[in-house]
Write a protein that binds this ligand. Sequence first.
Ligand code: PLP
Length: 456
Amino acid sequence: MSLTNSNFDDVRNWDIEHHLHPWEGMEDPAAYERTFVEGGEGIYVTNEAGEKFIDGPAGMWCVQVGYGNTDIPQAMAKQALEMAYVSPFSNSNSASAQLAHEIAKRTPGDLNTVFFTTGGSTAVDSALRFVQFRNNLMGKREKKVIISRQKAYHGSTYLSSSVSGKERDKGWLDQAEGLVYFLPNVNPYVRGKAQTVAEFLDEKVADLENAILEIGPEKVAAFIAEPILASGGVIVPPKGYHKRCLEVCRKYDVLYISDEVVTGFGRLGHWFASEAVFDIVPDIITCAKGLTSGYVPMGACIISDRLIEDISGDASKGATFSNGFTYSGHPVSAAAALANIEVFERDHILEHVHKVTPLFLERLHALAELPLVGDARGEGLMGCVECHVKAEGDQLSMDHEVGGMIDAHCAKMGLLLRPLINMCVFSPPLVIEEAQINQMFDILGEGIRRTTDDLV
Ligand code: PLP
């Protein structure tokens, strides 16, 4: 069906009347004016009126190769014409087998077994269920508690939302009771004035160890952590945090799940950030989003040989891993992911991220000079500006959802962001050029200045 401007009011009404969006505010859905994104090219998207915007968040941290790529859709079409669907339960397919092989070639250490899912939430869910399965088989039925962190986001299934730690999202929906323990915020920005970053790091690592000891190591199954907490506000823990946490986990036989749904596939300039950036080889990695550059849904949970050995052969006691989806390893998604990897290699996308990251971070950090900005932080092509009242006596008020105000100003100037309370986060398509980075930060700076004028 093609849409014309003449019936666009109908479309807007259908969306309001019949379409329940994720995280929909229920008080007055009609009051929220959504941008209808109808087209895109490179780092830009266009709305129904043909207005062009830089896509600051790359969709939802996912459109790595940018919009309008033809290789991925062509590979999908070819696969769909040849063989559109194969049951992963009873059969297999060369696209998903080849993709598992290509992923295993790029993962750190001995993470060589790939379980395909439909997205990030189901990847995290499957990782957690695999941990339960392994511990049950090993006779460790008591070892079930998952340690997560405040501000973490791991997904929207019952299990993955239960390990998510964003306070604002809690309370409306039920969560698994007694399963999860949350560690305090690991954001160095919120540390006490007298505390050094090194002291803060010690404290955060001690938080993990103390939690394990408090719960009892025999009851703790796994620690789950995003290398950088993405939708919690691009929280970059102090250098060395993940490595020291992994050491604590090893000491108490606690598995380490690294949730790379956002950081995987190039966001930090590597296929996976765990080893390359944070110097850890976790037990399980979850990924999604950038795996297909968002062109089609797919996720994966990648498991180490060590864990597979724990439950294989005689140790399996005849058990089956009874977890899976109709669309696990969907051939069309697998073909998209394979084409995506080819595009990354042909166009040297990882190298490009390394080349443009210094400018991105320089322009990002410079925003900290603005009076409204408390912290401007990031890593690779992930950034966040967090606003605050700068000094006592300042007239700037935090009663406003400042992120939304900045976003509204920037949208008028051609930049989409992701507002989160007093923050705006952004993670542009990885193909962004240096001139476009400058354009993006020029608009963002101006959006912050205009918001400041609104507030004083
Ligand atoms: N894990 C992380 C770190 C995420 O950021 C997200 C989504 O933003 C998820 C898991 C859930 O992924 P999905 O929305 O594909 O289910």
